[in-house]
Design a protein around this ligand. Structure first.
Ligand code: HEC
Ligand code: HEC
Length: 361
């Protein structure tokens, strides 16, 4: 009896103490800078936005929002429903399903190393900055189908969000601009630089003979006069250590009459841009299929076959691609396999499983 009584008093004392502790917890603006997590330092220094510097608190808030289903009309999907970490933050579906299982129009793009993209977002580049991009899926009728006013109202009812907005921005007021800046911060924090290829660049591992032959084909220029030495010239467009060139190009998927999605023309209004799409990074390409803006190819072998002999002519097709179309790239079965084996050295398992990018909930 006596024991039970003192235990009871102890419990009250404990709960009083923890109660006081809660009240005493000061939620304050926290400008601690966020440092990008590199493993191999094989990427150049990115141009980060000076008007939205990366902070730990903003990255954390952006991560909450990226995994938040309340961003969608019926609270059923989050950004991560179509951008799945183990699939390179892309979608295994050929076209993504939005709210009500509405089928989208394009293949989801992977989210990594976006801090190195300086010329717009989406396949057609219609969003200039990541902060502009990040509010569009919320309102897209084929995606989350929600209004920004509703999202703000929903988030307002959560104390966790109020506190995190204070830490990130110094005030608990929730606005669309702050949501967009936090999402920009989180997406820019996602870095992939720990593939076998990165370790090869650092001299930590060697490539197999097949991967090495594939590497040489990838980087060597196409030269039909010397069939035995000619390369596949992939690096012409998938260039540098992020394997992209920040440009919109036409890689010969369709004839002029077959072009079903005008691509870059939608964003610029320029007929010369019809059929051009963002040159995607080839990092993690092994896990981000299906491939191309409409997900028409399921395997990397099909992609290589396209470049090897399937180029279609149209008005905006890139001259470097057109140049190969009369002979094809002249790759035999072994060379095609070598090229695919090289592409698979670009898979980064550290990024695919990094806890820093997982759901905080
Ligand atoms: C229903 C599936 C779906 C949802 C939900 C979704 N996305 Fe996407 N995402 C896509 C598709 C499809 C594309 C390509 C769209 C296009 O080009 O028109 C894309 C493209 C992107 C890109 C462009 C990447 C680049 O390299 O240009 C980013 C960034 C992105 N999404 C972030 C987000 C964020 C942030 C959210 C949540 C607010 C989100 N997505 C929600 C399917 C989705
Ligand atoms: C003239 C520029 C150019 C060249 C050269 C080029 N590509 Fe591409 N590549 C593109 C563009 C543009 C796209 C996106 C096209 C689309 O979706 O409409 C693309 C898409 C891809 C994709 C699909 C990416 C994804 O996320 O869906 C792969 C894989 C690929 N290319 C591999 C290669 C390989 C391998 C080579 C060399 C044999 C090569 N590319 C040569 C411009 C180029």
């Amino acid at each position: 009896m006596h024991l039970a009584k003192s235990a009871f008093i102890g419990l009250i004392a404990l709960s009083l103490f923890s109660c006081r502790k809660d009240e005493a917890e000061i939620v304050a603006y926290d400008p601690t800078p966020y440092t990008l997590q590199y493993v191999n330092n094989t990427l150049p220094i990115p141009d980060l936005p000076t008007d939205n510097p990366l902070t730990v608190a903003k990255v954390e808030l952006g991560r909450m929002l990226f995994y938040e289903t309340q961003l969608s009309l019926d609270n059923s999907i989050s950004c991560a429903s179509c951008h799945v970490q183990e699939d390179g933050f892309s979608d295994k579906h050929t076209l993504s399903f939005g709210v009500d299982q509405t089928l989208g129009k394009r293949q989801a793009m992977p989210v990594f190393n976006l801090a190195w993209h300086s010329n717009g977002f989406f396949w057609d580049g219609r969003a200039e900055l990541l902060r502009h991009q990040s509010l569009l899926p919320i309102q897209d009728a084929f995606e989350m189908k929600e209004t920004l006013a509703n999202v703000i109202a929903k988030l307002k009812s959560s104390g966790d969000y109020r506190n995190q907005f204070i830490r990130a921005f110094g005030s608990g007021e929730i606005t669309a601009l702050k949501i967009s800046l936090a999402l920009e911060n989180f997406m820019m924090s996602i870095v992939s630089d720990d593939s076998k290829y990165d370790r090869y660049l650092k001299g930590l591992v060697t490539l197999t003979e097949s991967e090495e032959r594939g590497r040489q084909l990838f980087f060597a220029e196409y030269n039909p006069s010397f069939p035995s030495e000619t390369g596949a010239d992939c690096a012409h467009c998938h260039a540098g250590n992020n394997f992209e060139n920040d440009l919109y190009m036409n890689n010969g998927l369709d004839t002029e009459a077959e072009i079903a999605d005008n691509g870059r023309q939608n964003a610029t209004g320029d007929l010369a841009d019809k059929g051009k799409f963002k040159v995607p990074s080839l990092r993690n390409i092994e896990v981000t299929g299906p491939y191309m803006h409409d997900g028409r190819f399921t395997t990397l072998e099909e992609v290589v076959d396209h470049y090897n002999g399937g180029i279609q002519n149209s008005n905006s097709v890139d001259p470097a691609i057109l140049f190969t179309s009369s002979t094809g790239l002249m790759l035999d079965a072994q060379e095609k396999a070598d090229l695919v084996n090289f592409l698979k050295t670009l898979t980064d398992y550290t990024y695919l499983t990094n806890p820093a990018y997982q759901s905080p909930f």
